[in-house]
Write a new protein. Structure first.
Length: 209
């Protein structure tokens, strides 16, 4: 495997038995010992494909652990890798053994490398094509974020507007209703999802408002 290291081409071997890069990042013996780790019922493992939203999952776990305290993921107060480490990185296996509960970890390892005890504890293997968190749906395919979220919230807003049209509201009341009820929902999803909203979506909203 050829990679770029400080501007130089460096040959880094792939471990044939494990099937992934081990030089400098993973130790084959460490990875092998992960399979034999003792597991607690409170342990949480997030197993993801590379570049599939792992950082989002780390931040979600931090928010759950801190009961929604956003300072737990403030830009100056955290490092994802420090607070929710990768279990397969050199040195992190021993740290995992000594860590207090709940032990939160992320990994790109395939399932058969993970602790065998996972299948014997109270925990469950949770596999979903998408999850919903704080009103936002996170999908495995990031290209689907707009379609899944904006279409859904637009449909709900249109239903609300149609229902409110039957109420005896003057123009001022209608404006206040949109300002108080509709705009916060749109502003929230704008802030929560880093996706480009096409111009046709704004034109569609404008027609309904």
């Amino acid at each position: 495997l050829v990679t770029i290291d400080e501007g130089r081409n460096v040959d880094r071997p792939v471990n044939r038995e494990l099937g992934f890069l081990t030089h400098g990042t993973h130790d084959p013996d460490d990875v092998d010992q992960i399979y034999h780790l003792e597991i607690r019922d409170s342990d949480v493992f997030v197993v993801t494909y590379p570049k599939s939203g792992t950082i989002w999952m780390q931040q979600i776990l931090l928010l759950l652990e801190s009961k929604g305290d956003v300072t737990a993921i403030s830009e100056t107060g955290y490092s994802n890798g420090d607070l929710i480490p990768w279990i397969e990185v050199i040195g992190n296996r021993l740290e995992f053994i000594c860590a207090p509960s709940p032990r939160l970890r992320v990994t790109h390892l395939q399932y058969h490398f993970l602790p065998a005890a996972l299948s014997h504890k109270k925990g469950k293997v949770w596999h979903q094509s998408q999850i919903e968190y704080l009103g936002v749906i996170l999908t495995k395919n990031l290209a689907q974020l707009y379609e899944v979220n904006y279409k859904r919230i637009s449909k709900k807003i249109y239903e609300d507007l149609d229902r409110w049209s039957l109420l005896p509201l003057d123009l001022g009341s209608r404006i206040r209703t949109i300002k108080i009820n509709v705009l916060p929902r749109l502003l929230y999803i704008f802030a929560a999802l880093p996706v480009e909203v096409p111009a046709k979506q704004f034109r569609e909203w404008d027609k309904h408002f």
